[in-house]
Design a protein. Sequence first.
Length: 166
Amino acid sequence: MDAVVRAWLGFLALGAGLIHLALAIGAPVAVAAPLLVVGASEFGWGVFAFTGPRIPVPRVARLLALAPILGWVLLLLAGGSGLGVRALPMIVASLFDVALAIAISMALRRADRPAAPIGTARYLLGVAAGALIVAALAVPALAATEAGGSTVPDVELPGLHPSHYT
């Protein structure tokens, strides 16, 4: 298993987990409880994906990556737009979960092939690219949650006022 692929899987799981945890804040208990379980599970799985030599429980992880998407669909079919779930974070988390399931499936197909060793530069470039892509999608999604909306919008430093810049 290529270390870069494991890192990307970890990033995807961490991103989805963070978004699910952020969506749980302010959601009704019936929605927040599953989001907390899913988010914590994804976050924990992502950490293990980084640290281990193999993908942790790949077949189970692939199925469970799709479970939140099924939950979103059921929530939307039940009229969930009024249950405090915002669209952008839901879409980004679902995108991460689908990408995670696809990547795990591809890794399972290649499991019998030996992984070619990679150099340090390729590893660092691959990990940096994965981090940037996931961050570029996750940060706006996190900002669109209730937790992100309750952050301080502008912070003024003493002695620095916007009028000083004109």
